[in-house]
Design a protein around this ligand. Structure first.
Ligand code: ADP
Ligand code: MG
Length: 764
């Protein structure tokens, strides 16, 4: 035990030494720890100060950054926006009101267009405001983001600060614990053994704690480094924040300016709109006033109208009711009226029928009487009439004394003409004389009674007599523009027949023939050169007919023209010189009118013979020979024969020498009986034709004088002078029968016959 005691003692001493060393070490350690903790405390202190500074800096920065300013500004803008919106709303309300006002009084005034423009502008401004609003919202968002980030940074800072404080707390607590432990260790040296053990144990613990605190210290240092890093970063962030803030401020300024401008514009527009509105309202008001006035007036008019209309309406209703009644009764009345009217009409028709029957009877009786009268008239007047026609002087007459006019007329008597012959004036009286200026129409008017008598069944002959070139063909055929008797006669016959179509059936047919050198030729036949014979009808009627003579049935004016054309062509193809040939031959147009009275069955046949005679000039005297002489002889013979026949007829001789010439023989039935003859004596007024004119006029006067008075009747036995005798006669010299006007004594004209003639002439 002693040994162990000693050993223990030694161990104790050793331990004490160790303890001492440990104590020293501990003290050193303590010192170290103290200084370290002091240092750490100092560091913590500085960190705290820095933190504080940073917090301050952050606060300052925040205020500097104007985060709140931006917010304020945003709030301000929002408020401004709200106000503007309110204003706009008010404006819109006003506008709508205005529109309503405008719409009501004026539907299509120019303000509507202005209003539309303003609305357009308003909507544009609204759009702009909307855009600004959107921008503001964007800005809001940005600011929000920034504040969020700032809050984040703050949070992080706060966290790190809290952490650090915690750490500090922990460290100081540990320090305190260590110090307390040391203090307690110091206060208990007597329990060293135990304590040593404890210390041993504790020193291990302390060692561990030291290690821990060392590592902590290291960690803290790292933390501080990290914090520094963070700080740096934050500084950088701060800087960028500064920049952003500057940018944002610039943007905000821009937006503000824009907003201000927009606001100004809006204000202006609002002002303009206000003015416009006021003006429109004023206009509308004045217009409305005017309209109102008009409406009032209208109303007053309508009221008065209404007042006057009421009685009218009453009468109208009354009328309407009575009309309705009438309409109801109308069919019955109508039937009644129709019945009675029908009966009346039947009665009237019956009356008319009986009247018509009576009239028809009277008409027929009148017709008979007229015919009787006509026959009597013809008997009294003589059925041979002689007209004279003087053609105008033409270019062919030439100039000088030869072409001088030798024919003059009596202004008071259209039946007398005077011829200047060998210095003496010789007067002739015919039935009528046509001066050169007489138109074809006038001439036809004088002969149309003769033409129409053909329809009543009379035979008529119209001769054109005179020297070649005196106008025979002109009078009979005329020109295309101015047709003569031929065409006009046919036209008249057509129209007359048309007028009688109710009772009569008529057929008009036409033949055309030529007599040249006593040979008769058919001008409408297929063989015009063939000579035709005139024969007695075998029925014993004594009528003559020409076998083979073509007869064309004509029904229209076109047909007539066709017939004339055929006649012309046939005449022209048979001779070398048509003019010469035509002057040497007689041309005949024979129109036959056959009628049937449907009611009586009476048949009539009338013939109209239109004859363009050959030239009456005295060729034989001028020593013509051969063919010319033969032609002249034939012409002389036939013209003399015609004169003879007429003379015999007029003087009512028993024998009429029709057979002496082809012409008279052919026209026999148209010259005898109650037939009528017109001799149109054509003369030239030129001085060079005086002797021929004289001959023609003598012939005319002789033909005419045949029927006049008892003296001429006495001359019945005397024969008709030949052409040669006519030539030899001079006016005023004695002749076997009545003379020209110059020689006839007044006593020769029986008073009765003369007066009848005059009457007839005036009546046409
Ligand atoms: P004729 O047949 O007697 O030989 P025309 O009839 O051939 O004679 O007439 C000779 C000329 O005189 C023709 O050129 C005709 O046109 C012209 N003539 C005849 N009579 C008249 C008249 N009344 N008016 C105008 N011209 C006429
Ligand atoms: Mg002729």
């Amino acid at each position: 035990v002693m040994a162990s005691m000693a050993h223990l003692q030694e161990e104790k001493l050793q331990l004490q030494e160790e303890l001492l060393g440990l104590q020293e070490k501990l003290a050193a350690w303590d010192n170290d720890e103290l200084s370290c903790s002091l240092h750490l405390q100092g560091q913590v202190e500085t960190l705290k100060v820095k933190l504080l500074e940073q917090a301050q800096e952050i606060g300052r920065l925040r205020s500097e950054l104007g985060g709140t300013d931006v917010e304020k500004h945003r709030d301000l803008l929002v408020a401004e926006n709200e106000r503007l919106r309110q204003e706009m709303k008010a404006c819109e309300g006003e506008l709508q009101e205005l529109r309503r006002q405008q719409q009501v009084p004026c539907q299509d005034c120019t303000h509507l267009q202005e209003n539309a423009g303003l609305q357009e502008r308003l909507s544009q401004m609204q759009r702009e405001a909307e855009e600004t609003r959107a921008k503001l919202v964007e800005l809001d968002l940005e600011v929000q983001q920034k504040t969020n980030r700032l809050a984040e940074v703050e949070l992080r800072l706060k966290d790190s600060l809290a952490e650090r404080a915690e750490e500090e707390e922990r460290l100081s607590r540990r320090l305190r614990d260590s110090q307390e432990t040391i203090a307690s260790l110091k206060s208990q040296p007597q329990q060293i053994k135990y304590i040593i053990k404890t210390v041993e144990v504790e020193s291990a613990k302390v060692k561990q704690a030291l290690c821990e605190s060392q590592s902590r210290n290291q960690y803290l240092q790292e933390q501080v480094g990290m914090q520094r890093q963070v700080l740096k970063e934050m500084e950088q962030q701060l800087q960028s924040s500064h920049k952003t803030v500057a940018q944002l401020q610039a943007q905000i300024m821009m937006y503000e300016a824009e907003l201000e401008r927009a606001h100004g514009q809006m204000l202006e527009e609002v002002q303009a709109m206000e003015e416009e509105k006021n003006r429109a309202i004023e206009e509308a008001f004045s217009r409305a006033q005017v309209e109102m006035k008009a409406v009032h007036e209208n109303l007053a008019g309508v009221r008065t109208n209404l007042l006057t209309l009421q009685p009218a309406l009453r009468t109208l209703t009354h009328d309407y009711n009575s009309l309705k009644r009438q309409v109801r009764d109308f069919p019955l009345l109508l039937q009644e009226a129709l019945r009675s009217t029908r009966a009346e009409i039947d009665q009237a028709i019956e009356d008319v029928h009986s009247t018509n029957r009576e009239l028809l009877r009277k008409y027929r009786r009148e017709l008979q009487r007229r015919k009787k009268c006509h026959n009597e008239l013809v008997r009294l007047k003589g059925n041979i009439r002689v007209f004279g026609r003087v053609r105008p002087i033409t270019k062919e007459d030439g100039e000088g004394p030869e072409a001088a006019n030798v024919v003059t007329f009596d202004a008071d008597d259209d039946a007398v003409l005077h011829l200047l012959h060998k210095g003496k004036q010789v007067s002739f009286e015919l039935d009528k004389v046509f001066p050169p200026q007489a138109a074809q129409e006038e001439v036809f008017q004088e002969v149309q009674a003769l033409v129409t008598s053909c329809i009543d069944g009379y035979n008529v002959c119209i001769f054109a007599y005179g020297q070649t070139g005196a106008g025979k063909t002109y009078t009979m055929e005329g020109t295309a523009a101015n047709p003569g008797i031929n065409q006009r006669a046919l036209q008249l016959l057509f129209s007359e027949v048309q007028g009688k179509v109710a009772d009569w059936d008529y057929a008009i047919s036409v033949s055309a023939a030529e007599i040249y050198n006593e040979a008769l030729r058919d001008l409408l036949g297929k063989e015009p050169q063939e000579k035709l014979e005139i024969k007695l009808c075998p029925d014993g009627s004594g009528q003559l007919y020409v076998p083979g003579l073509t007869e064309f049935r004509v029904q229209s004016v076109e047909d007539i023209n066709k017939v004339f054309e055929i006649g012309h062509v046939n005449r022209a193809t048979e001779c070398t010189n048509l003019n010469e040939h035509s002057s040497r031959s007689h041309a005949l147009l024979i129109i036959t009118v056959r009628g049937l009275d449907r009611s009586t069955g009476l048949r009539t046949t009338g013939k109209l013979n239109l004859v363009d005679l050959a030239g009456s000039e005295r060729v034989g005297r001028s020593g013509a020979e051969g063919r010319r002489l033969r032609e002249a002889q034939h012409i002389n013979k036939s013209l003399s024969a015609l004169g003879d026949v007429i003379y015999a007829l007029r003087s009512r001789q028993g024998h009429v020498p029709f057979r002496n010439s082809k012409l008279t023989y052919l026209l026999q039935d148209s010259l005898s009986g109650d037939s009528k003859t017109l001799m149109m004596v054509q003369v030239s007024p030129a001085e060079k034709n005086t002797s021929e004119t004289l001959c023609s006029l003598k012939f005319a006067e002789r033909v005419r004088s045949v029927e006049l008075g008892p003296v001429s009747r006495k001359a019945e036995l005397a024969s008709w002078p030949s052409q040669e005798q006519l030539e030899g006669d001079s006016p005023g010299t004695a002749a076997p029968f009545g003379r020209g006007h110059t020689s006839a004594s007044p006593g020769q004209l029986s008073g009765r016959a003369a007066s009848i003639r005059r009457k007839l002439q005036t009546s046409g």
